[in-house]
Design a protein around this ligand. Structure first.
Ligand code: APR
Length: 233
C-alpha cells in the first residue's frame, strides 16, 4: 500500500444501520415514510414547524435506545492511534461516533442533539423535545430550531473539509449512497488531488465508479477489517 499519512473518512447512514438507526433510502428508509419537502427544507420549517420539529424530536428520542457498533468503535480506535492527519466527516446527525470515542470528527449535516438559533446563529446541546418557539438562551429570541442542515442550506465546515480532501493520501467512504452533494463529490476531489480511494458499503453506490476499490458488505465487518489493515500498513 503506498505511503499513507493523511486520511479522510466519510460516513453515511449505513454505518449506523447495524446500530438500529434507519437509513434514508432503501427498504424502510426515512424518505419512504416522509417527504423531504415536508420535513427537511427551510420552506417546510416555515410552513409547518410543528411537523418538522416533531420529526427530529422522534429521531432524537431514538438515540437513547441505540449504541455504537463495531464500525464506530473501529474508527474511534483508529482516530486515537493514527499518527498522521485524520478526519471523520459524517453526514449522520446521530451521536454514535462521539459515543464510540471519535474526536477528530465533524458533522457536515448538523446534529440531532443540538439546537440552533435561527436569529443569532448560536448552537446549544439539546437532549429532549424542542417545541417550536423555544427561546434561545443567548439572544432570547423564540427561534430555536433543529440543528440540522436542510436541503438547500450550506453544509457545515466545507472549507475545512475541502482542505482535508486536497491533502488526503487516502479517502474512505463508508455507508453512503452517494446520492447527495457535496458529499457525493468528495471522492472526486480527493482522487483528483492524488488520494487512494476506497468505498465500504452494503451495496454498490452511485459513486462506486469513482473509487479505486469498492468492498461490499456490512460496515460492522468491513470497517474493523480495514482498520486492522491500515494500522498494519
Ligand atoms: N453497512 C454498510 N453500508 C450499509 C449498511 C450496512 N450495514 N446498511 C446500509 N448501507 C448502505 C446502503 O447500501 C446505502 O448505500 O448505506 C447507504 C445509505 O444510503 P442513504 O440512506 O442514502 O444514506 P446517506 O448516503 O447517508 O444519505 C446522505 O442524504 O437525505 C440526506 O442528509 C441526508 O445525510 C443524508 C444524505
Amino acid at each position: 500500500m503506498p505511503d499513507i499519512r493523511n486520511i479522510v473518512i466519510l460516513t453515511g447512514a449505513g454505518i449506523s444501520a447495524e446500530s438500529g438507526l434507519a437509513t434514508f433510502r432503501g427498504p424502510d428508509g426515512l424518505w419512504e415514510g416522509h417527504r423531504v419537502e415536508d420535513v427537511c427544507t427551510p420552506q417546510a420549517l416555515a410552513r409547518d414547524p410543528v411537523t418538522v420539529h416533531r420529526f427530529y424530536d422522534e429521531r432524537r428520542a431514538t438515540l437513547a435506545a441505540v449504541a455504537p457498533n463495531p464500525a464506530h468503535d473501529a474508527l474511534a480506535a483508529l482516530d486515537h492511534t493514527w499518527p498522521g492527519d485524520l478526519l471523520i466527516v459524517t453526514q449522520n446527525v446521530d451521536d454514535l461516533h462521539e459515543r464510540a470515542g471519535a474526536v477528530r470528527l465533524l458533522h457536515m449535516h448538523g446534529e440531532l442533539r443540538s439546537a440552533l438559533c435561527a436569529a443569532c446563529g448560536a448552537a446549544k446541546p439539546w437532549q429532549d423535545a424542542l417545541p417550536p418557539g423555544t427561546h434561545c438562551p443567548y439572544c432570547e429570541a423564540p427561534s430555536l430550531r433543529p440543528d440540522i442542515v436542510f436541503f438547500g442550506e450550506m453544509p457545515y465546515e466545507m472549507e475545512r473539509i475541502d482542505a482535508a480532501l486536497r491533502t488526503a493520501d487516502l479517502f474512505v467512504s463508508i455507508g453512503t449512497s452517494g446520492a447527495v452533494y457535496p458529499a457525493a463529490g468528495f471522492v472526486q476531489t480527493a482522487r483528483h488531488a492524488g488520494a487512494q480511494t476506497l468505498e465500504l458499503n452494503l451495496d454498490p453506490s452511485a459513486g462506486s465508479i469513482y473509487f479505486h476499490e469498492t468492498r461490499i458488505g456490512p460496515a460492522s465487518q468491513l470497517v474493523p477489517e480495514w482498520v486492522a489493515e491500515v494500522m498494519g500498513s
